[in-house]
Design a protein around this ligand. Structure first.
Ligand SMILES: CC(C)(COP(=O)(O)OP(=O)(O)OC[C@H]1O[C@@H](n2cnc3c(N)ncnc32)[C@H](O)[C@@H]1OP(=O)(O)O)[C@@H](O)C(=O)NCCC(=O)NCCS
Length: 337
């Protein structure tokens, strides 16, 4: 794609040089789920597009998934973990309260030089993470970074609540970003937003400072995720459309210039409805929710990894990552891959 994209003149660019993903082997189909709660394959498929989700075993933790995805991304980038300056793990299902999941990933990868932290922006976490790394690479502060989205949402799923348990799955995706000099390729633009007034739409309240672990919970269900599906549904479509339009305006892009839009996979109907409003043709919108369910911060990097491996995104293509989730938070990255 030879499009002259409207962008700032920069000495350095944040270039994606590797990508990888990992999902646990254990799967749960809609039919199996229908034996646990009052639902059906027909209802879940028609309302969400989901058919199956990957589920971690007790031994498979968020840091484990994150490390596996990271190893694949590093191999693709042909980079030794010892060269990394920065590791960000976007997650709302961390290894433990502290230290960060990123600390465990650093340890497993032997990424001795890196400084590391977790980022809690729910389903927007990976997009937020790319935006942060973009700043460090463009400013010259870092040369090589790893951004991982990793979640074990099924460990905070209420399997008795049919309105939420059908939606989520586990997995991880990662990208390696390196400082590119004098190259046009790289992250072109990022935007991030949030609306804390709507925090109740999606939350998991237990074991923070509001409901500490040593105090008995009045409502035992507070240890699980709670969602207000309808509210989220409407907000998600609105924010995705608004954000993708803002990206195209800012960068002077038309639909013809875009190779692929990779949305956070929260519900096939939400993505299809947003795509329709944006006049995006089907071949420019990637959907893999059928196989994974909603994996929060992991969904965009898993979808990106699959797309590149399947040849649906090629070097030089302009790709938009867009995400929306708890907080509420939302955001996007425009990338020339
Ligand atoms: C959750 C979601 C799939 C529900 O779909 P919906 O079309 O809005 O369905 P509703 O919640 O209006 O429920 C419709 C009916 O189905 C029922 N229902 C809900 N879950 C069901 C299930 N798993 N199986 C069968 N019936 C179900 C409801 O009880 C309701 O029945 P009623 O009409 O008799 O009251 C949809 O709102 C959604 O995807 N929201 C966003 C999800 C989200 O928050 N993702 C995470 C953030 S990114």
């Amino acid at each position: 794609m030879n499009k002259e994209v409207k962008q700032r003149r920069l000495a350095y660019r944040a270039v994606i040089t590797g990508h990888g993903s990992f999902a646990p082997a254990n799967k749960l189909t809609n039919e199996e789920l229908a034996k646990k709660v009052d639902t059906s394959d027909e209802w879940i498929t028609s309302r969400t597009g989901i058919k199956v989700r990957h589920i971690t075993t007790d031994d498979e933790t968020t840091a484990f998934l994150a490390t596996e995805a990271a190893k694949r991304a590093l191999a693709e980038a042909n980079l030794d973990a010892g060269e990394l300056d920065l590791i960000i793990v976007a997650t709302i299902t961390p290894e433990m309260v502290f230290p960060s999941t990123a600390s465990f990933v650093q340890r497993s990868l032997r990424a001795k030089k890196a400084w590391v932290f977790d980022l809690a922006a729910a389903c927007s976490g990976f997009v937020y993470g790319l935006s942060i790394v973009q700043q460090f690479l463009e400013s010259g502060r870092c040369k090589k970074a790893l951004v991982i989205g990793a979640e074990t949402l099924t460990k905070i799923t209420n399997w008795k609540d049919r309105t939420s348990c059908i939606l989520f799955g586990d997995g991880a995706g990662a990208v390696v970003l390196e400082r590119g000099e004098g190259k046009q390729r790289g992250i072109i633009y990022s935007t991030m937003s949030s609306d804390g007034d709507r925090w109740k739409a999606l939350n998991c309240q237990a074991y923070g400072s509001r409901y500490p672990a040593d105090k008995k919970l009045k409502d035992p269900n507070k240890i699980y995720m709670e969602i207000k599906g309808r509210e989220v549904y409407q907000q998600a479509i609105r924010r995705i459309v608004e954000t993708v339009n803002a990206c195209m305006d800012h960068c002077g892009l038309t639909i013809d210039d875009i190779g692929m839009v990779i949305s956070h996979q929260m519900n096939a109907r939400i993505i299809e409805s947003a795509a329709k409003r944006l006049n995006l043709p089907n071949e420019k919108v990637y959907l893999n929710i059928t196989e994974y369910g909603n994996t929060s911060a992991a969904s965009v990097p898993i979808a990106f990894d699959e797309c590149v491996r399947a040849g649906k995104i090629k070097r030089g293509d302009i790709v938009i990552f867009v995400a929306f989730g708890a907080g509420l938070t939302w955001g996007a990255n425009v990338i020339q891959f």
